[in-house]
Design a binder for this molecule. Structure first.
Ligand code: AQP
Length: 340
């Protein structure tokens, strides 16, 4: 526990690893916008380009394109650069500088236990990059360089957030300070884990080889409707009570998506659609998804027509961000004993 009162501050990020899915939108972006508009926090949102190069070599031109496209996605989804600080990670060098300090605080054993490391490195750990292994220390630095108190994420990031708290606690303990907050993960709502449309046991992911497994933010109305029509389901009607979704991962996933898109609880949705066959429910879901997603993809395309404006927004975001990060890095170096 820390006794210091920290400014209520939200930080979260998404990798510009190419494309954005309905999972990224519902599990992350939509909630970023809700927290921005709630007005109780200062909000900082980030394209984490340094993370995007950890898993595989990225073509430089493609990485630049994906970073700008992700920025357009954030803005199209409702992140307002007048209300939130919108940045690209590598333009705020204090992230990487604090990460080095945290590389020296975190233990190899902690990193080796991360499920994302095990999933992504698989049996080829010897040939995986050192950056992939150290990824969670950089993520801790992304958060703690702002003294962020809250991080909205999907369920898959829970373990990394626990590690962030461990790093903060160890730093505070090792140096006898109360400097870094123990950041709270915010994992809320019906869509903290949107699943693949083809397999209800797998997370919807932009790197899934099957395009039919996900809805992309750039899909047009016909494609969205077709993917939902073809989504895997079971032969039973939808239940009226939440217990009826037990052991029905595909049915649960579609109901969760409907609830999150329509700002309803799962109970409210089931009260309306309980008893319906998928033949009736899927067109309702398709219409809702098209109504909510199409304006975002249209706006993204408009924004991408003027990338100079996107670059200007990111440069401005970096200047604002460094007003927060530079003093926190300076104080960290001072605590650690660096001369300067
Ligand atoms: N399926 C999902 N359901 C709910 N939330 C999700 N997020 C991602 N997929 C889902 C949330 O999106 C944020 C940023 O994710 P990311 O792109 O930085 O990395 P990721 O979690 O690894 O996303 P992908 O799509 O699976 O990317 P690839 O395929 O590149 O690894 C996080 O808050 C995450 O929880």
């Amino acid at each position: 526990m820390t006794d210091t009162q920290f400014t209520p501050r939200v930080f979260s990020g998404i990798q510009p690893s190419g494309g954005l899915t309905l999972g990224n939108y519902l599990g992350a972006m939509k909630r970023f916008v809700d927290m921005q508009d709630e007005g109780s926090y200062q909000t900082i949102y980030c394209m984490v380009d340094l993370h995007a190069i950890t898993a595989k070599l990225q073509d430089p031109a493609t990485l630049r394109h994906n970073t700008r496209e992700l920025a357009a996605g954030f803005i199209a989804a409702g992140v307002d650069p007048q209300k939130s600080i919108l940045i690209n990670q590598s333009q705020v060098p204090e992230h990487a500088q604090l990460a080095w300090i945290f590389n020296c605080v975190a233990r190899m054993g902690w990193m080796g236990r991360m499920t994302q490391w095990k999933d992504k490195a698989g049996k080829n750990a010897e040939t995986a990059s050192l950056g992939l292994f150290a990824y969670p220390a950089l993520m801790a630095a992304d958060i703690l360089i702002y003294h962020a108190t809250h991080v909205p994420v999907g369920e898959d990031q829970k373990q990394h957030l626990e590690l962030t708290r461990d790093i903060a606690a160890k730093f505070n303990h090792d140096y006898g300070v109360d400097f870094f907050p123990l950041t709270e993960p915010v994992i809320e709502g019906a869509a903290t884990r949107v699943m693949s449309l083809r397999d209800g046991s797998k997370k919807m992911s932009k790197s899934d080889p099957s395009d039919a497994s996900r809805i992309n933010l750039t899909d047009d109305a016909d494609t969205i409707a077709k993917k939902i029509r073809k989504a895997k389901t079971d032969p039973d009607a939808l239940p009226s009570e939440i217990e009826g979704l037990k052991d029905r991962p595909e049915a649960r996933n579609l109901v969760n998506i409907y609830a999150a898109l329509n700002d309803q609880t799962v109970e409210q949705v089931l009260a309306e659609v309980g008893g319906q066959q998928f033949g009736t429910f899927k067109p309702l879901l398709a219409d809702l998804a098209v109504a909510k997603m199409s304006p975002i993809s249209t706006r993204m395309a408009e924004l991408m027509a003027d990338t100079a404006e996107i670059d200007r927004i990111l440069a401005n975001g970096a200047t604002q961000a460094r007003e927060i990060t530079a003093p926190i890095l300076r104080k960290t170096y001072d605590i650690v004993g660096m001369v300067g």
